[in-house]
Design a protein around this ligand. Structure first.
Ligand SMILES: [Zn+2]
Length: 499
């Protein structure tokens, strides 16, 4: 790890490619479904056959607008598609349709919450930080090349073949580029999580890094503290999770500092993160391209987005995650950490809010959703949307405690029984005979019995040994076989012992 008191400053900029969740590709009607036979989802447009013309998918524009609005970015009324020219086998047209000098959105700014991490990686001291967003633009994805590993030729001869699958070619992407505003790998980590959550929240993208529908590249350099010039940067690719990205950045920062301090020089290059060795290695140079010779795409009109379209899109979106987090803190008096956790995803926030309202006990609902329910779901490998216990049923459990029908300890045993699904709190309480004794006559009878059975302790208590109060509470509850309402036992016992 790089120490915080180091004489060096880290400079990071990020590029995110998020696949927009359309059913069809951005310039043709081919399916975006994954897992199909190679090249099954192709047509003359995405194969780049001569004479085929692209037609812009309105849904891709809608989702790009959702993405931009979810990140608080302004959308340009006019943007222009451009050809980015380079040669690679997974790009049959010889150019990628992207946007260049007139992108969908530019000069934006985003406020994220970011924290430092202790040795164990726990976040502490969350602070807001503004990140400049250079641009968000629409573009198409390329296909995929697959190379047979040495010595594994499937064809039976001694050659190793490479294959091209164009199912992914033409899938719509939103590319989001930041200014070099990050000063630590954790800031970058918190930013990517912020973006992922925002995109998932508004259904713009699945934003799953492991599945490759959110890809991230980091530009990393270091400079001595106080310097104004940037150091030489490297570009990090192949970052399959936010954690890998964070580690890769730390690895590079440390490598840069060591190298420069030893009198060496950083070479500007593209590096791949190798998650098996926890190191970076240079990308083969032929995989890099430099001069893209952008020019406006002659087959597509400029994209005009009306203010009405933007308003309609905004109107169709749910309350955004940060606004909802702040409202949870305000309306339900939750801490920043609790409110952040409960707005990690839309389904969770919805579930929590239904449980909070239905139980009229937001504090308890937060504890149950984050605690016992989360654990029960985790052991069953379920997410919140798959919970066999509905928010209303969880609320009923909370109400059963709040009305003294069962105590908190009993409730913890009831929840796992509810997880099998289809049973209500009432049914479990009745069938298990869990109902608490809140009958004051019954409790008083047990109290009198208990005192009579423990004359020595009673005497000591009366003589001033008040610590014995707990002994009596325990004895009464035990005598009731755990069913006496502890609150009532406390009150009544105190009164009885004071007589
Ligand atoms: Zn197609």
């Amino acid at each position: 790890m790089v120490t915080s008191n180091s004489a060096w400053e880290t400079i990071i900029g990020l590029e995110i490619h998020a696949q927009l969740s359309t059913d069809t590709k951005i310039f043709c009607a081919c399916s975006t479904q994954t897992g199909c036979e190679p090249n099954a989802n192709t047509c003359p447009v995405c194969l780049g056959l001569p004479g085929a013309l692209p037609v812009l998918n309105t849904r891709a524009v809608e989702l790009a607008a959702r993405a931009a609005l979810a990140l608080g970015l302004k959308i340009n009324e006019r943007s222009v598609f451009a050809r980015k020219n380079y040669f690679y086998p997974d790009l049959p047209k010889g150019y990628q349709i992207s946007q260049y000098d007139e992108p969908f959105s530019e000069h934006g700014e985003l406020t994220i919450m970011t924290a430092t991490r202790d040795e164990a990686g726990h976040a502490r001291d969350w602070q807001p930080k503004r990140i400049g967003i250079t641009r968000l633009h629409l573009e198409e994805d390329a296909g995929k090349n697959m190379h047979e590993p040495q010595g594994s030729a499937a064809t039976g001869d001694d050659n190793n073949y490479s294959y091209v699958d164009l199912n992914r070619a033409g899938t719509p992407l939103a590319e989001i580029v930041t200014e070099p505003d990050f000063r630590s790998s954790w800031e970058a980590y918190d930013y990517v999580n912020h973006v992922r959550r925002a995109l998932q929240w508004v259904d713009a993208s699945d934003a799953d890094m492991e599945k490759g529908n959110l890809r991230c590249e980091a530009n990393v350099s270091v400079r001595r503290k106080g310097a104004t010039e940037f150091g030489t940067k490297v570009e990090l690719k192949n970052l399959n999770s936010v954690r890998f990205m964070q580690r890769a950045i730390d690895y590079e920062v440390e490598r840069h500092i060591k190298l420069i301090e030893a009198g060496g020089r950083i070479v500007q290059q593209t590096l791949l993160w190798d998650e098996r060795t926890n190191t970076t290695r240079p990308m083969r140079s032929k995989e890099e391209a430099h001069d893209y010779r952008y020019f406006p795409e002659p087959d597509l009109q400029p994209l005009i987005v009306s203010p009405e379209f933007i308003e309609a899109t905004r109107h169709a979106m749910p309350e955004l995650p940060d606004a909802r987090r702040d409202r949870f803190m305000r309306d339900y008096e939750l801490s920043f950490n609790d409110a952040s956790q409960l707005t990690a995803e839309l389904a969770l926030a919805d579930y929590y809010e239904r449980a909070a309202r239905s139980s009229n006990n937001p504090r308890a609902a937060a504890n149950w959703v984050r605690g016992d329910l989360a654990r029960e779901l985790e052991t069953r490998n379920l997410n919140i949307a798959q919970s066999p216990v509905s928010a209303e049923h969880l609320a009923a459990l909370i109400t059963a405690i709040d009305t003294n029908r069962i105590n908190g300890k009993q409730a913890k045993d009831v929840l796992p029984l509810m997880m099998t699904g289809g049973v209500t709190v009432d049914e479990i309480i009745k069938s298990r005979g869990l109902e608490q004794v809140s009958d004051t006559g019954e409790i008083e009878r047990i109290i009198i019995e208990t005192i009579a059975a423990n004359p020595k302790q009673f005497e000591q208590y009366k003589a001033g040994k008040e610590a014995l109060f707990g002994f009596f509470v325990g004895a009464v509850i035990k005598q009731s076989q755990g069913k006496a309402n502890p609150k009532l036992v406390n009150e009544m016992l105190r009164a009885k012992l004071a007589e």
